[in-house]
Write a protein that binds this ligand. Sequence first.
Ligand SMILES: Cc1ncc(COP(=O)(O)O)c(C=O)c1O
Length: 382
Amino acid sequence: MSTPRYIIDLAALKKNLEILSQVKQLADCNIVLALKGFSLWKTFPLIAEYLDGCCASGLWEAQLSHQEMGKHTLTYSPAYKEAEIKELVEISNHLDFNSPSQWLRFREMVTSHPRFLSGELKCGIRINPEHSTGSTPIYDPCAAGSRLGATAQSLEGVDLTGITGLHFHTLCEQNSDDLETTLEAIDQKFGTLLNRPEITWLNMGGGHWITKPDYDVDRLIRLIQQTRERYNLDQIWLEPGEAIAIHTGVLEASVVDIVENAGQQIAILDVSATCHMPDVLEMPYRPDLFGPDGTLATESGPHLYRLGGPSCLAGDIIGDYTFSKALQIGDTLTFDDMAHYTMVKTTTFNGVPHPAIALKNEDGSLETIREFTYEDFRNRLC
Ligand SMILES: Cc1ncc(COP(=O)(O)O)c(C=O)c1O
């Protein structure tokens, strides 16, 4: 078996999609896939059977949504350029602006477009309720000084004619109790705006950990229903990324060498934290890992190894793991939960080869859908 490779499990993906589809039905809301978290478009035909489309962070993701999913495309970017707006008005269903200045700059261009006039394209504004509920600072759009979303104060006196919806995204890997306190903060700061008759939809962003076993789905459904009634809204949208792809993929790696320094055993792998799973360093977190015998590696025990990547970055370290037996060169290690916020973030820094991508079909068969070559590396920069 050749490594490195990502393997995406279609049965696991379907299981998550079934949960989300049930939420859609029970809450009577719309759910789209956040492409920033997972954009393996070969899986879009399956996702399209269950969800309403994609949310895009800018022009390229909007194009991917439009071409490969072909359902709703909800676009939001912290800042658009004029040339991007010209293309986005042709393919987006929602175009959400991050600030009053962006809205006022492009309002005329967007509201005079035939797709806006026909109702096919709607405009929204991302609001910032300034209510932090998360524990990871780099994932907190509500932190003081954040550039993400318009504060209530910044919207005072702004002409919002043409805006028909509001968008917020404040959660990250959170349960519906944090959504509840966020909605209270939104009511205090933006309740009057939401009550305007021209505001007909609300996008509650992502970060809802709906497919985790302990997620309180009933509360989410109740909150969606209450919010719709309170402000007399036509539509509520959710745009999760992680909840769709969580526990649907692994990254297989091989042990390439084993070295020792200051009594520490170090295994050098053909996967890299910085190239293939940068959240391990950025967030940071320690991914679960299955050893060569398929058992879960633990944090302490007799056969302890520090696992590092093949790049020259000293800090390209995935973590310290213990195995039931001593590792050997050529052993296969399997990192769990490597579908979301991994494949979308990879690089070929140091010329480290990009992992192949395989699908695990529902009958258990494996199908390699992409292998990367030196030509891919070479052509990226020129
Ligand atoms: C605006 C917006 N929507 C949706 C998402 C998806 O969030 P998640 O993958 O945590 O569900 C993000 C993630 O950063 C986001 O910034």
